[in-house]
Design a protein around this ligand. Sequence first.
Ligand code: AMP
Ligand code: MG
Length: 318
Amino acid sequence: MIKNIYQPSEENMAQAAQYIREGKLVSFPTDTVYGLGANVYNSQAVANIFKAKERPLFDPLISHIAEIDFLPEYAETDNRALDLAKHFWPGPLTFVLKRKDDNPSIDLACAGLGSIAVRMPNHPVALELIKKSGVPIVAPSANRFKSISPTTAQHVQDSLGDRVDMILDGGSCRIGVETTIIDLTTPHIVMLRAGGMSKEELESYTGEKVYFGQENPNMPKAPGQLLKHYAPRKPMRINVKAEDVEEKEFYIGFGENDRGNLNLSPQGDVNEAAANLFAYMREAEKASGYEKIAMAPIPETGLGLAINDRIKRASYKE
Ligand code: AMP
Ligand code: MG
């Protein structure tokens, strides 16, 4: 049994920050899911993230920062980006901005693109780790490529084991799905990935239409938005009503009239459902006596957009 889960005590936080500076991999809790973190300026450490996750190198990583004032130093930041950062950060929202630095050491983190993805997580352990490390921390979700994202320290250990040098335990992640990613390199705001910040909230603050998916006027697809992703090791069907569940199918319900083996939110609350999603998919994957998974229909409002995106890809047949 590997012992690499640590409580975020002062001593352990100092150790974790030192590990980051030295180029080791530290997993830490965020408001969305657990991240697998490395020093953005250490390309060997960044490469080790791809290796640990078995993630293709063309998929760029999000940089995590702890202070808004640092954003203009790190990326091309116009007034719109600064204003959005002040309003929505820390929180589950990632910006894609033009790259500033021609610092080649961040090439790998940016997959050689001219853009960089940045966010500020709303979690005290994450923020303290970044501040103590003194460098931006790149962190994708702390799981193997294409499998379910981790929302507890134990999930990280189950998925990555000793491929990660240290796992900081911050309990269960509050939001439970990854960040919403918006492209701020063009005049329109384009949502590249639905996530923990709803499109409605972005539109209500900016007073503008936020484009998503097929509506995207710029349409190069966000790298990494692969069709099959987040997949449990059992076949999964989505949009399944309770009465259509088949034999040996583990049913994940939603809403009060939809009791299954598990229910994402008996009250029909999409935020609660997002927080439970990955943990319940894991339980369904592990449940003995069941060969398949079926998931109830989830409304397309608020975080429902992110949930439907994840489960569509989790159920995709190659
Ligand atoms: P994650 O899988 O949560 O680590 O998020 C990574 C995703 O963020 C990528 O698959 C891209 O969609 C987006 N992303 C990260 N870095 C960049 C970048 N430099 N330019 C454009 N999109 C990016
Ligand atoms: Mg991921």
